[in-house]
Design a protein around this ligand. Sequence first.
Ligand code: PRP
Ligand code: URA
Length: 209
Amino acid sequence: MSRVILLDHPLIKHKITIIRDKNTGSKEFRELVKEISTLMAYEVTRDFPLENIEIETPITKMMSPVISGKKVGLVPILRAGLGMVDGMLDLIPAAKVGHIGVYRDPETLKPVEYYCKLPQDVSERDLILLDPMLATGGSASAAIEILKNSGATSIKLVCLIAAPEGIEVVQKAAPDVDIYLAAIDERLNEHAYIVPGLGDAGDRLFGTK
Ligand code: PRP
Ligand code: URA
C-alpha cells in the first residue's frame, strides 16, 4: 500500500488557508501555489540518495555529500498542475518537465485525456506528478496509468488538497505511488468538488470564470 504523507508545516498550513479564501485573487493564488510547491519539494526530495565527493574548503580538503546523479521528471496534469511546476523547479532546477492533459468531464466525472508529452528517458527518471486537487482520483489515476504505459517505474503524486475518496482510489489503482499532500479535506459534494476545498483550481489559477 502506498504511503500518504501529510505535509503540515505551519508555513504550508498558513498559505493553504489563504488560497482557500474565495477573496484571494488569481495573482496571489498563483504566487502562493508556487510557494507551497517549493515547500513541498523540500519534503518530496527527502529520500534522495547522497554520495560523498571530495572538495577543498579554504581551510582543508574534505569529503562532503551531494545528491547522487538523480534524474527527476516533473509532470504537471494540465491545467492546474502547471501552477506547481516553477515552485518545484526552484529546488530541483535540473528536472525535465513532461505534460499530461486530462480534464474531468463535468457530466460523467470521468477523466478525458487530450495531451501527453514526456521526457524520452521517462523510465530512468523519478517522476513527480503534480496536480493541486485530488477529488475523485480519476484524473490522477489516469495520469499514473499513462506514465506507467510510457515506461515509468518511479512515481510520486504531489497534490495540495485531497478528498478521502480520491486518496482511496489512487491507493487502490497505484499501490506503489506515494501521495504527498498539504491538506486532507472532509468529503466531495454532489458535483464531486472537494469540501471545503478551494473551488476550481484551474479557474482560480488562470482567472477563467
Ligand atoms: C481539476 C484538477 C484535477 C481534477 C481533479 O482539473 O486540477 O486535475 O480536477 O478531479 P478528480 O480527482 O475528480 O479527477 P479539471 O478537470 O477541472 O481540469 P482543468 O485543470 O483543465 O480545469
Ligand atoms: N477539481 C477542482 O479544481 N476542484 C475540486 O474541488 C475538484 C476537482
